[in-house]
Unconditional design. Sequence first.
Lengths: 163, 298
Amino acid sequence: MPETLPTAAVRVTVNGKPCERQVEPRQLLVEFIREELRLTGTHIGCDTSFCGACTVLLDGAPVKSCTLLAVQADGAELTTVEALEQDGQVHPLQQAFSEQHGLQCGYCTPGMFMSSLALLAEHPEPSPQDIRKALSGNLCRCTGYQNIIKSVQTAATLLRQEG
Amino acid sequence: MYPAPFRYHRPATLGSALTLLAELGAGARPLAGGQSLIPILKMRMDEPSDLVDIGRLTELTHIRKDADRYHLGALATHARIAASAAAAEIPALHDCAANIADPQVRSLGTIGGSISIADPSSDWPTLLHLLDAQVVCRGLHGSRTIDIRDFITDSYSNSLADGELVTEIQIPVPPANSGGAYLGFKKAAPAYPAAAAGVQLTLTAGNICQTIRLALGAAGPVPVTSGDIEQSLVGEPLTEAKLQQAAAALVDLSDPPTDARGSAEFKRTMLHTLVVRAARMALQRAQGDVVKGSHDYA
Ligand SMILES: Cc1cc2nc3c(=O)[nH]c(=O)nc-3n(C[C@H](O)[C@H](O)[C@H](O)COP(=O)(O)OP(=O)(O)OC[C@H]3O[C@@H](n4cnc5c(N)ncnc54)[C@H](O)[C@@H]3O)c2cc1C
Ligand code: FES
Ligand code: FES
């Protein structure tokens, strides 16, 4: 096996902005986002496909970016946690997590936001059970899940009011 | 954690993917959703020279129905199958697809990848046994159709020839008065089940069992089934006593390993409970009841 193998082009739209890099095919999407694009809001928790801290949206669907090669995302639209705040205005999800104490250390929070964003896009009025199911691939080691569920319910209400 | 270096290919058609796999030989692996392969590569349990990304081959993404069967393209994801007309018509299919791992894994993981990796704990092989599914495989020199029972040969082993790909899974539409259920038990959503079981049956008027399939998953190297036990249930009403007896006989054939998911003894108890519960749910569904829920990890 030679040490240097051909690189591959990755062209993606990240939070609405086109980006292009030439990367090693073995580069994971989470490394691409953090190291190449310097968007460090997406976290690496377990690095073993379990915790969901690395969740981003790939063409609108939640995926674990530690379990996807950057080259697999070539041509896709990616949404990361950096898309939430607009012009200094926090997103209803951010406001709700703050009001309802939906985070403590905040390490899991970017992943929680992205899974919740995908849920709310499909279900504007989710039941607590819908929320639990949507967040079943996201682990939190400090908050406990009750306040996270409440936060997502509050965010749903805020988003509907914004309408 | 990083995979060892490899060359990456993204052929545009199924034909070119098959040609490439044949040319590249034993060091190459197809890449579908990557939800089994990428963790394997990250742990360096495999160091292929080449990955052939088949993930965008539109020839393999279909979910459609013809007169008597559903055709699921190898690249149909767990999430798309869960939301499909096939899952609406066949409740056990919904039980399985909607509860594999978590939403993130279901976005990417495919039915073709699941049966190809043939993890002894994975859900699709067990479910597909219940539904008498057929696997369509294609190599450079043509296609063949294999029964799911012959496709999975051992833990992590299948009967694909070198360079062959799974292209489609076919599921016969169950007849009227059929019902089925698939149940698993696990500690958290993003984990394989410690034990799983499913039942698919057809009743005649008077609730006599006309056909039945039982299968246990995560219960040994391959799904545990028994034609003899199934046959012993046909032609009579499925009483609780009969179900308990059949469950005990089937669990006797299982050989679950003691591991991080539980002891063999614990798993046998779970297998027994799950297959009885699945049978009760299948009976209700065959009689027209809508039974939702199955095994939700939330
Ligand atoms: C956190 C986590 C939890 C999980 N929990 C569960 C669970 O509860 N139940 C469960 O069943 N599964 C579970 N899985 C596995 C998941 O379902 C995978 O999606 C599936 O096993 C593989 O599908 P894939 O498309 O991702 O295949 P890949 O990972 O891309 O490929 C898997 C293997 O199959 C080969 N392959 C892929 N497609 C084909 C094809 N068409 N023809 C021939 N060979 C092919 C590849 O070369 C590779 O060897 C889990 C995975 C993760 C990461
Ligand atoms: S870092 Fe990706 S799932 Fe934990
Ligand atoms: S807030 Fe600390 S892990 Fe969730």
